[in-house]
Design a binder for this molecule. Structure first.
Ligand code: ADP
Ligand code: MN
Ligand code: MN
Ligand code: MN
Length: 361
């Protein structure tokens, strides 16, 4: 493609903006997995989401509406600094509404916010930390760094690996990490994963609705950073069949009670509630109600079987794992290993508080 990426963009991006600000509106599209964005100029720097006007887009081009009545509304939800344009420019995460102001089909933020703002939930101070696994691909559709038409050596050396034969795409990972820090996304860390060209970053601990907002913005930054490198990001939970690990989005979860001394009792009682609602949680843990996760949750490759609920200390083949150090400290958090890499974190966190705090059956 042309020589677009060889041009020194700094010549343009350092030009004076005349005091005006670029705000890139970002939203989740009809796939509930990929995202869209467009930009407008504001006369002054917004300090909070509500300083930015509502906007619309053509939902018939994003899988979010029919041809007639195709305007979908963008409502500002969370504001971040823009690491690509720098300066006072912003990224604005929005949620989406139909012409009649009902939430769009892939807008799960509304239901999540409803749960998170219930007094009982607020008082419990639910914290989440999600481990986002993902896979990098070349633009020709092959896994990044894998021999064309072939396979790399078997899994083993790649997890947390270092060296040119073991890591593919670290530039993307490093650039993304800094972009998140700059933007104000609460990124917690990164590591190389078990399958080569598969990586992970963690976001959290984040309270309530922030978990979904920050993870979605982190995903946007990843898609956008990878674009600079001509690399494609996939959130598919099982990109390569066979003896290759899938990709998940483990959700680490605690309430104030669980974090206090002796909180292990509250962790155990939450696990019992989760046990009774396994099918509901599976239905909330990928965008296709469990269909995507079926390929991943096989009971092999460090996963539990999709049909069976299980829990255990330090057990990576369980639905819920209590990390070893938490069992030793007798307080902290639990890890739900079931969410798929392409889960909607609004749905995952909503399900978690509905089951464990609101006691919904
Ligand atoms: P793993 O050992 O499963 O690979 P990671 O280190 O990748 O775990 O991720 C652990 C996540 O748990 C981090 O995102 C961290 O922010 C989050 N976390 C830590 N403490 C808590 C807590 N009390 N409640 C919820 N999440 C937490
Ligand atoms: Mn991890
Ligand atoms: Mn992992
Ligand atoms: Mn984990």
């Amino acid at each position: 493609m042309a020589h677009l990426r060889s041009v020194n963009m700094d010549r343009f991006l350092t030009l004076d903006q005349g005091g005006r600000v670029q705000v890139m509106y970002v939203w989740i599209d009809g796939s509930d997995e990929t995202m869209r964005c467009k930009t407008r100029t504001l006369e002054k720097e917004p300090e909070k989401p509500s300083d930015c006007p509502e906007w619309t887009f053509d939902g018939s081009s994003t899988g979010q509406s029919e041809g007639r009545n195709s305007d979908v509304y963008l409502r500002p939800a969370a504001l971040f600094r823009d690491p690509f344009r720098g300066g006072n420019n912003k990224l604005l995460l929005c949620d989406t509404y139909n012409f009649d102001m009902t939430p769009n089909a892939t807008n799960h933020r509304v239901a999540c916010l409803d749960a998170m703002t219930k007094p009982k939930v607020r008082d419990a101070h639910p914290w989440f930390g999600i481990e986002q696994e993902y896979t990098l691909f070349d633009t020709d559709g092959s896994v990044l760094g894998w021999p064309k038409g072939g396979f790399p050596g078997p899994q083993g050396p790649y997890y947390c690996g270092v060296g040119a034969a073991r890591t593919f795409g670290r530039e993307v990972v490093e650039a993304h990490y800094r972009a998140c820090l700059y933007a104000g996304v609460k990124i917690a860390g990164t590591n190389a994963e078990v399958m080569p060209a598969q990586w992970e970053f963690q976001v959290g601990p984040s309270e309530g609705i922030d978990m979904g907002d920050h993870l979605w913005m982190a995903r946007f930054l990843l898609y956008r950073v990878a674009e600079e490198f001509n690399v494609v990001v996939s959130l598919d939970p099982k990109p390569m069949s066979g003896d290759w690990n899938g990709a998940g989005a483990h959700c680490n979860y605690s309430t104030a009670e669980m974090r206090e001394a002796g909180g292990i009792n509250h962790i155990e009682s939450a696990i019992e509630k989760l046990r009774k609602r396994h099918p509901y949680h599976i239905s909330m843990y990928d965008p296709r109600g469990g269909k995507d996760n079926e390929r991943r949750l096989t009971g092999r490759h460090e996963t539990s079987d999709i049909h069976t609920f299980s829990s255990g200390v330090a057990h990576r083949g369980a639905s819920i794992r209590i990390p070893r150090h938490i069992a030793a400290d007798k307080c902290g958090y639990l890890e739900d290993r079931r969410p798929s890499s392409n889960c909607d974190p609004y749905q995952v966190t909503e399900a978690m508080v509905r089951t464990t705090i609101l006691d919904e059956q």
